[in-house]
Design a binder for this molecule. Structure first.
Ligand SMILES: Cc1ncc(COP(=O)(O)O)c(C=O)c1O
Length: 397
């Protein structure tokens, strides 16, 4: 590791800015996109079908439905299980706003349950929040680490609830040797550019349930059924019927062209992420000002994020100042997440306020996601470690 004193004499540690994340797109993806464009089939078509098939195979799921985002995937999954006005849906406050926004879109009420020290929703807190109106639970696999799914499924069974997983971060993760995407009623993945694999924008929903799969497929494209005509008329192949007031969430073949090659590389990406995390873990082990992520021994995370917490009581600067200090060293970082219940919409509409979810708020004040992406070089990683170490030493209490 670089000598922190030397760095202090010659900051910044890097001349070039290191982003928090950057997608790893190769010539194969570029060539496939060009071929899709040349084929004349640019919206949902053969490449999307193939991408669904291969994703289902990778996860070991019965059905995979490609959509234009994880947000869209969560929305149609909740709609397909019948979430509507008067219902409550329990989720984590430490998530991206879309997990809760889609509940609002359906006229239902998002109810938050506080987190555990592993950043994931606490099953005991879920249980406390269950009411006769509760319809579903959305566990969010924060940073790619699966939630306590057996406990969550047991609660769901006991109270007749459905489980829709937000696996935006977690493609490739396992929980007790089960792949995420085969556990709850339905699971939504994200292929946003920062995620473990990308299609530019995009997502996938998986399920083992044939009926749910059929409903989500219809909802993803206007609620149009091409088979319905068989039941009622003798009209030709141009005829279709609208079974639901569905959405326009289909994936395009241009996106799927990227996805086919990203999926083929996913295990390599995940291995690279895990090896970088191992280096971070080793480097920060003896720094008491840094709290490393807590990982259960029955999970294999997909390491979308490496989110540390600052022990603020041991430092003279706060988290925002730490982020600025990293930036001054040309190191990017990100904050996951501003707790959803603290956003103005959720405060104004539902009366949430600071203090409602103490563990989430305590975490939020301390958490920082450090750069982690497959294209990071060994020196990039050492630069982050040196910068974090130096900032800690400079601002130690
Ligand atoms: C936890 C979580 N859920 C959902 C989403 C939404 O994913 P998408 O951008 O694919 O809609 C994100 C994306 O940032 C996320 O981090």
């Amino acid at each position: 590791m670089a000598n922190p004193r030397l760095i202090e004499e010659a900051p910044p540690i890097r001349s070039e800015f290191l982003p928090f994340s950057r997608p790893e797109i190769g010539e194969e993806e570029i060539e496939e996109v060009v071929q899709a464009l040349r084929s004349g089939w640019v919206t949902t078509g053969p490449r999307t079908k193939e991408f669904e098939h291969r994703t289902a195979e990778y996860i070991g799921a019965k059905h995979a439905i490609a959509v234009n985002s994880c947000t869209g995937g969560l929305h149609i999954a909740l709609a397909a299980i019948g979430v509507g006005p008067g219902d409550e849906v329990i989720t984590s406050p430490l998530t991206f706003c879309s997990t809760a926004n889609v509940v609002v879109h359906l006229g239902a009420t998002p109810v938050f349950a506080d987190i555990r020290e592993d950043y994931n929703i606490d099953p005991a807190e879920i249980e406390r929040r269950i009411t006769p109106r509760t319809k579903a639970i959305i566990p969010v696999h924060f940073g790619g680490q699966p939630c306590r799914m057996d406990e969550i499924l047991a609660l769901a069974r006991a109270h007749g609830l459905r489980v829709i997983e937000d696996a935006a971060h977690a493609i490739g993760a396992t929980y007790r040797d089960r792949m995420v995407g085969t556990i709850g009623d339905a699971t939504a993945f994200s292929f946003y550019p920062t995620k473990n694999m990308t299609t530019g924008e995009g997502g996938m929903v998986t399920t083992e349930d044939d009926e749910l799969a059929e409903r989500m497929r219809l909802l993803s494209l206007h609620g149009i059924s091409k088979d319905a005509w068989k039941r009622y008329t003798s009209e030709g192949s141009w005829y279709y019927e609208v079974i639901y007031a569905g959405y326009k969430y289909n994936m395009t073949d241009i996106q799927a062209a990227l996805g086919l090659h990203q999926l083929a590389k996913l295990n390599r990406f995940l291995d690279l992420r895990a090896s970088m995390v191992a280096r971070y873990e080793q480097a920060f082990r003896d720094i008491p000002e840094i709290r490393r992520p807590v990982v259960g021994d029955d999970v294999c995370p997909a390491w979308h994020l490496y989110a540390i917490q600052l022990e603020l009581e041991r430092l003279t600067i706060n988290r925002a100042e730490f982020v600025e200090a990293l930036r001054a060293q040309n190191i990017g970082s990100s904050i996951h997440f501003i707790p959803v219940h603290l956003h103005p919409y959720y405060r104004d509409r539902y009366g949430y306020k600071p203090g409602d979810y103490p563990r989430t708020e305590h975490t939020y004040e301390r958490i920082i996601s450090l750069p982690l992406f497959p294209g990071m070089k060994a020196q990039d990683l050492e630069d982050v470690i040196a910068a974090v170490t130096w900032i800690v030493q400079k601002h130690r209490r």
